[in-house]
Ligand binder design. Structure first.
Ligand SMILES: [Zn+2]
Length: 107
């Protein structure tokens, strides 16, 4: 499963990069407001989108880190809920998953 680990590490780096960009974007936006009201309302909408994207990146990053930890512990391809092996095709499709299809569907 070395290949999956490499894939996850690349994904992790990409997510950290994305997260930092959103963060930088927001910090920039928190600067002095020197535009007219119309621009500000557009910025506000953008901020909400960025906020949502940042949250999404953070959630995904947490999931990736968790999967990497499982791989390091030698349990990367075992479902953390029922201890059954996770289907290889599922791992390929969703490399950061830590549960089997059945458990994922049960929620
Ligand atoms: Zn399971």
């Amino acid at each position: 499963m070395a290949e999956r680990k490499q894939e996850l590490e690349a994904l992790r780096d990409e997510l950290i990069d994305r997260f930092e960009r959103y963060k930088a974007h927001k910090e920039q936006r928190d600067g002095p407001l020197d535009k007219d009201m119309e621009d500000q309302s557009i910025e506000l909408q953008n901020d909400e989108v960025v906020e949502a994207l940042q949250q999404e990146a953070e959630d995904e990053l947490r999931q990736v880190m968790h999967a990497l930890k499982r791989i390091d512990e030698g349990e990367g391809d075992v479902c953390e809920q029922c201890d059954e092996p996770i289907d290889a095709r599922r791992l390929k499709a969703v490399p950061y998953t830590t549960v089997c299809r059945e458990c994922a569907e049960l929620g």
